[in-house]
Write a protein that binds this ligand. Structure first.
Ligand code: TMP
Length: 205
C-alpha cells in the first residue's frame, strides 16, 4: 500500500521542528515506517542548493529562487519522496510547495500563478495527503526567537515580509482547507498535541 505524504509548514519561530520530532515518534510508535526529509534539501543536490540559498551572499531574483527550489523539488520527488511512498513508507517533509507560495510569492511577490504553473509541472497532480500549518502571530514568533519587543526599522521591514508570508500560508489553507490544516501554534505543547493526534490517526490504516 502506498504510504502517506505529510508536510509541515509555518513561519520561522512557529515551533515546526519540535512538532516534527514528536510526529515522527508518534508514527513510529504505531509501527509506521517513516522517512523524514526537508526542503530545501532532502537530496545531495537539494542540500547543496539549501546552503546556496540560505547561506549565500548573492541576492537572487525571487523568480530565480522559485525556479531553483522547484528544480530541487523535482529531484527530491524523483529520488526520495516517490520511491518511499511507493515502498509503503510515510514521508514527513519539513516544508514543501506551500513554502514557495508563502515565501517567494507572499513574501517576495512572485506571481501566485507562476508558482502554480511550476507546481503542476513538477508535481503532476501529486499533493501531500496532509499539510499541517503551524500558525503563530509575528509577536509570538519574535518572542520565541528571543528578539526584542520594540523592533527597529529593519526588523519592522522583516515583520512586514513575514506578515505577507503568514498571510500567503493562510491563503493556501483557504484554497484547500481539507489538505492544509491550521494549528494555532502559540499554545502549549500538550494542547497542540491533542489536536495533532486525531489528524494523524485519520490517515492511519
Ligand atoms: P527551515 O530551516 O525552517 O527549513 O527554513 C528554510 C528556509 O527556506 C525558510 O526561511 C523558508 C525558505 N524556503 C523558501 O523560501 N522557499 C521554499 O520553497 C522552501 C521549501 C523554503
Amino acid at each position: 500500500m502506498r504510504g502517506k505524504f505529510i508536510t509541515l509548514e509555518g513561519i520561522d519561530g512557529a515551533g515546526k521542528s519540535t512538532h516534527l520530532r514528536w510526529i515522527a515518534r508518534f508514527l513510529k510508535g504505531r509501527r509506521i515506517k517513516v522517512t523524514v526529509t526537508r526542503e530545501p534539501g532532502g537530496t545531495a543536490f537539494g542540500e547543496t542548493l539549501r546552503r546556496l540559498l540560505l547561506g549565500g551572499r548573492q541576492r537572487l531574483h525571487p523568480e530565480t529562487e522559485t525556479l531553483l527550489v522547484f528544480a530541487a523539488r523535482r529531484e527530491h520527488l524523483d529520488k526520495v519522496i516517490a520511491p518511499a511512498l511507493g515502498a509503503g513508507r510515510w514521508v514527513l517533509c519539513d516544508r514543501f510547495t506551500d513554502a514557495t507560495y508563502a515565501y517567494q510569492s507572499g513574501g517576495s511577490r512572485v506571481r501566485w500563478g507562476r508558482v502554480g504553473a511550476l507546481e503542476r509541472w513538477v508535481q503532476r497532480g501529486l499533493q501531500p495527503d496532509l499539510t499541517i500549518l503551524f500558525d503563530v502571530s509575528l509577536a509570538v514568533a519574535r518572542r520565541r526567537a528571543g528578539r526584542k519587543i520594540r523592533p527597529d526599522r529593519f526588523e519592522r521591514e522583516r515583520d512586514a515580509y513575514f506578515e505577507r508570508v503568514r498571510k500567503a500560508y493562510l491563503r493556501r489553507h483557504r484554497e484547500d482547507p481539507r489538505r492544509v490544516r491550521v494549528i494555532e501554534a502559540g499554545r502549549g505543547m500538550a494542547e497542540i498535541r491533542k489536536e495533532l493526534e486525531p489528524l494523524l490517526l485519520k490517515l492511519c490504516p
